[in-house]
Design a protein around this ligand. Structure first.
Ligand SMILES: Nc1nc2c(c(=O)[nH]1)N[C@@H](CN(C=O)c1ccc(C(=O)N[C@@H](CCC(=O)O)C(=O)O)cc1)CN2
Length: 283
């Protein structure tokens, strides 16, 4: 079975849109999401454009602030401080990656934790690891929703996560652990990787290498979640970290690229923004 992120994202955004109508009636205004884009990276430009479109679709006020790649760290931090102080702004997101002269950690930490719709702020990360209420990072949140919607049981299952990034690998491992999976975190230096991954009931791949996971690395009947968004070096076409054609018949469920985890990441951002807004208004 193919898990259609496009379809699930559509349903999640419809649900957010419905809740926005109610929230507007109750609080007199819609949630306001501000997205900051630094530089002209084509992929980032396209993701930010998508976020603006999604915001409009669910009934938010959406603002995109574009700045040149040579903006100083001080200027960017000053802009974030202003948005933090602005009561009409509910969510602030800085599109990553940032140019090398800007310290990403400093920028993430500068965003008020209550407006951190990405769930990247150290306070939100700490809350995730302490099982306290927090904003969850969008991609891991979307992955758990996709597994649930596909009816994949997590409790007691062997989950293997390839990749240990702060944005995906680490938080999705924690979310799987919280659902009582037995989680193995694998990475570029894991020995006998195929042996480790083929024992997985749930395989999450977030390593950033085109078609890295081949059929011999997937166990019969595994649920395969592909987080990669790569360009095929030969054809230039979009592809995931999993060799989809080779693995699809071995997997019980699998996510495609495009149309899998990516659209759910975007939809979860809308849900996070609404939740930040509601938390503020209900205080
Ligand atoms: N501040 C953030 N920066 C980045 C994040 C993030 O969550 N927060 N994640 C990625 C980029 N990203 C969201 O920003 C993202 C990447 C891909 C997709 C997506 O829908 N992909 C499509 C294919 C897109 C294409 O045609 O090129 C798919 O998989 O179907 C959504 C969001 C890094 N930066």
């Amino acid at each position: 079975m193919i898990i259609s992120g496009t379809q699930l994202a559509k349903e999640l955004k419809q649900d957010v849109a419905r809740r926005v109508v109610e929230a507007k009636e109750k609080y007199g205004r819609a949630p306001h999401l501000v997205v900051i884009l630094v530089g002209e990276d084509p992929a980032s430009q396209s993701y930010v454009k998508g976020k603006g479109k999604d915001a409009e679709e669910v009934g938010f006020k959406g603002t995109t602030i574009r700045r040149p790649a040579d903006i100083t760290e001080e200027e960017l931090l000053a802009m974030i401080a202003e948005l933090n102080a602005d009561d009409t702004v509910d969510g602030v997101l800085v599109q990553l990656p940032l140019p090398k002269h800007i310290d990403e950690d400093k920028v993430i930490e500068a965003i008020a934790k209550e407006k951190d719709v990405d769930g990247f702020h150290p306070a939100n990360v700490a809350s995730l690891w302490q099982k306290l209420p927090c904003t969850l990072p969008c991609t891991p949140k979307g992955i758990i929703k996709m597994l649930d919607k596909a009816g994949v049981e997590i409790e007691g299952k062997k989950a293997v996560v390839i990749g240990r990034s702060n944005i995906v690998g680490l938080p999705v491992s924690k979310l799987l652990l919280d659902r009582n999976a037995t989680v193995t975190m694998a990475h570029s230096r894991t020995k006998n990787l195929a042996e480790v991954t083929s024992a997985a009931d749930i395989l999450v791949v977030a390593i950033g290498r085109p078609r890295f996971v081949t059929a011999d690395m997937v166990g019969e009947g595994a649920a395969v979640i592909d987080v990669g968004v790569n360009r095929d070096p030969e054809t230039g076409k979009l592809c995931g970290d999993v060799d989809y054609e080779a693995c699809k018949d071995k997997a019980s469920v699998i996510t495609p690229v495009p149309g899998g985890v990516g659209p759910m990441t975007r939809a979860c951002l809308m849900e996070n923004t609404l939740e930040c807004f509601l938390r503020k208004m209900e205080k």
